[in-house]
Design a protein around this ligand. Sequence first.
Ligand code: ADP
Ligand code: MG
Length: 252
Amino acid sequence: MGRVKVNSVSRTFKKEDGLSTGALDNVSLEIQDGEFLCFIGPSGCGKTTLLRIMAGLDSPTSGNLTLDGVAIKGTDPKRGMVFQEYSLFPWRTVIDNIAFGPQMQGIQKKDARRMAEKYLELVGLEQFKNSYPYELSGGMRQRVAIARALANEPKVLLMDEPFGALDAQTRNSLQNELLEIWEKKHVTILFVTHSVDEAVFLADRVVVMTSRPGKIKKIVKVGLPRPRDRTGAEANALRNSMLKLLAEERKG
Ligand SMILES: Nc1ncnc2c1ncn2[C@@H]1O[C@H](COP(=O)(O)OP(=O)(O)O)[C@@H](O)[C@H]1O
Ligand SMILES: [Mg+2]
């Protein structure tokens, strides 16, 4: 199960001058088990803050969250995070980066490595198991980051613009691979992007946020059958309606 409930979550940050920045304002949301949800919104509207709160790396100023009815407090391998910047350990090989999570959960190194191999296969990088992160391309490093998050067998995968730094072609392949993994693993995915194309291609629903402090402006259901046609008329219409919503936020 991977059902997330966000109940009236607000987050403000105190600044040195004593004033505070509102990053999130009263966000409530229910995410279904196995759903693929994308977040999109202006820069600085609190998307990363919301994901960090879901990961347990930060706490709301008010409101609360639950995963399968249990309060979210602190980090937990059930909630895995993949960041935009490559967050692999540079001093560990690919296989040992992936085996790290299971090892932290108390699994013996040999068994953790065996698990890691399974996930490496899932992202198609078996032959790079003994390479170091610096030897890999950006796309390969993000595949390893995904495998590393999956090795903890999370119920929820939190992804913060994970493909934002990749070239268009690599990005498209990783989107396809992620959808395959999502279907195979039945994991709930919460995915921040600034690309409406990416959101329409990936998501079951897209949460469009307002400018700071971030509120939910609209939730757009993407009812298109998979595999999706990136250039179809329906996808275009959805993209245009989302771009219009985002443009309103820039004006406002
Ligand atoms: N640790 C922090 N301390 C102070 N302000 C922060 C902190 N994290 C985020 N903020 C502020 O909260 C707002 C939302 O930031 P963020 O969640 O990173 O936005 P987004 O990911 O949507 O671009 C911004 O104004 C940012 O400066
Ligand atoms: Mg961000």
